[in-house]
Write a protein that binds this ligand. Structure first.
Ligand code: PLP
Length: 394
């Protein structure tokens, strides 16, 4: 038995009331605690475990690679087979202009790299980001995060950043000839699953092209099948200049990447050389896991939309629900108040279903189950949520 107090005393904390269940095993859509209690993970470890927990193909690839070699050299010097296999496969599934991948360790690092690349390539200093966005917790990423609650106490931030309203065409005029990059989540996640209009995304792309600003799409949460296509931008008929990915990309291993054209990316290797460096970025074990993840996502992708619609239909039947925003298996469910939302999340946990709230949308809770979830697993777990809704209403 572990001493759980150590978690509170010696492990740095991120919130006053962490969930603090102790996980001893994870498999598919399920987590198990030390008492053997089973939980449905309906948030995929926050949009990470899109292929389910401990997928056997990922576990095997990780074991095999760990036996061959793990870290051998900081990123970019040695040729490592897992890295080149992954880079080639990504180039194959992405539009032809997104052909060069720089591998890092996390989403925030992907955003940092993308912002630096845009500044370097355009020679411009200004950036535009969206209100209510979330791009990560490091200083640069937080500087383009449009959420005052998360920024409170951590200023000053990077200069020359202006914020526009997401999905507001009239705001696009503030993207101008001085703008290096506009960074946008294709679907705003932490803001409570905000799905932009097709027209907005087309105009955003057009405006960036018109003034020579680079469009950075943050698909850290929406990537890897979450919205029903491999990347959400495919549903908008646009292509970003730089794409940020992370979270689900390595099937549960830590990894991120920013992807651009080869000519753009080459800026980072000269004047000065080593313009962006990372010791662990592109770790071979993460890269081989990421390589295997692509096929597993593609196998499950065809049924994502149908599964998302089923969840929405089941939950919409309940009178407690005010609104549901859903795209693929990414859902925000609005309830009457923040208090009721918290009650629902807590009661679901007690009954073995893990859901979670949004910091920027407190009267709403999120669902983002593994794409591998079966129809029966959906019926059983959403049935539990409906029972909780009944209890909260009565
Ligand atoms: N961008 C988006 C849209 C995210 O949702 C997140 C994390 O939640 C990040 C960036 C930051 O990723 P990481 O936590 O891996 O640094």
């Amino acid at each position: 038995m572990v001493n759980k107090n150590i978690f509170f005393v010696h492990q740095a904390q991120t919130s006053p009331h962490p969930i603090a269940i102790q996980i001893t095993k994870a498999e598919g859509v399920y987590l198990y605690d030390e008492s053997g209690k089973r939980y449905f993970d309906l948030i995929s470890g926050l949009a990470v475990n899109n292929v389910g927990h401990s997928h056997p193909k990922i576990v095997e690839a990780v074991k095999n690679q760990a036996e061959k070699f793990m870290h051998v050299m900081p990123y970019g010097e040695f040729i490592q087979e897992p890295q080149i296999k992954l880079a080639e496969k990504l180039a194959h599934i992405l539009p032809s202009t997104l052909s060069s991948s720089y591998f890092v360790n996390s989403g925030a690092e992907a955003v940092e790299g993308a912002l630096k690349l845009a500044k370097r390539y355009t020679g411009r200093k200004k950036n535009v980001a969206c209100n209510k966005s979330y791009h990560g917790s490091t200083h640069g990423a937080l500087s383009v995060t449009g959420n005052d609650t998360k920024r409170k106490g951590y200023g000053d931030f990077l200069p020359n950043i202006s914020f526009i309203s997401f999905n507001e065409i009239s705001d696009l005029d503030s993207i101008d000839e001085f703008t290096a990059a506009v960074i946008v989540e294709t679907i705003q996640g932490d803001a409570g699953v905000r799905i932009p209009d097709k027209q907005y995304m087309l105009k955003l792309r057009e405006r960036c092209t018109e003034v020579g600003a680079l469009l950075i799409l943050d698909e850290i949460q929406t990537g890897y099948g979450r919205t029903g296509t491999f990347f959400a931008f495919e549903q908008y008929n646009i292509v970003p200049d730089i794409l940020c990915i992370a979270k689900a990309m390595a099937g549960g291993m830590p990894m991120g990447a920013f992807v651009s054209s080869k000519s753009m990316m080459s800026c980072l290797s000269h004047d000065p050389m080593l313009g962006h460096i990372t010791t662990f970025g592109g770790h071979p074990v993460s890269c081989i896991a990421a390589y295997e993840t692509i096929d597993i996502i593609q196998e499950h992708l065809p049924r994502v939309k149908e599964k998302g619609v089923l969840i929405k239909e089941m939950l919409s039947t309940h009178k407690l629900v005010k609104e549901i925003r859903q795209i693929g298996l990414m859902l925000a469910i609005d309830l009457p108040s923040q208090e009721i939302t918290q009650q629902v999340v807590h009661k679901c946990l007690e009954k073995g279903v893990i859901t979670f709230w949004f910091l920027s949308c407190p009267a709403s809770f999120r669902l983002a189950p593994p794409l591998t979830i079966t129809i029966n697993e959906i019926k059983e777990s959403i049935g539990v949520i409906l029972t909780v809704f009944d209890e909260v209403t009565s």
